[in-house]
Design a binder for this molecule. Sequence first.
Ligand code: TMP
Length: 210
Amino acid sequence: MINSSVKFLTIEGMEGAGKSTNLNYVIDFFQQRGIPFTATREPGGTEISEKIRHLLLEHHNESLAPLAELMLIFAARAQHISKVIRPALEAGQWVICDRFTDATYAYQGEGRQLGGEKVELLERFVQQDLQPDLTIILDVPVALSAARVEQRGGELDRFEVEGSDFFQRVRDAYHQRASEAPERYALIDASQSLAQVNTELQNILEQLLD
Ligand code: TMP
């Protein structure tokens, strides 16, 4: 049984939205208040799920079929839920997860154009009643996201090589989901200064603790 005062928090955002920096801010917030939590990520979060993450992010000689990509993501998620997320929630810890199923709706459902129905089917099958209590979306326009990725340099993974049409669909999907269930989402304009984003984050987290 999961105690209702314990919350499952997820953070989403496109490449270059400052997700890692802001995630650290959220972690500091919980640490400073002495709230027990587990911080984890998707795809990944367990030994086996991290191996699936490599399969998903690396380039291969053959292309990965979008449906196979979707199934791998949910295989990693099933393992992650079973080994990390549910046990943590049941032990009374908050869970802060870097990406979750909203990313699948955005990247596979819309980016890869598989459609939301397939994602929903697997979501029900794999998660049953498990849903985040709050999803924070760090939102940046596609052009700014691309500019930040370019500035960062280094090799691009199998998602980062996608073009602006793909990322526009991803961004639109996040907006769509946030507008359909505003009580479950906090959409933050991540093109603002980091200080402004942190202030918004702090307000959101304080409300969540009330
Ligand atoms: P990261 O950049 O947040 O570490 O995530 C790795 C990539 O995985 C990112 O480009 C988004 C992608 N992804 C999906 O396509 N579908 C998903 O369900 C998840 C969780 C991530």
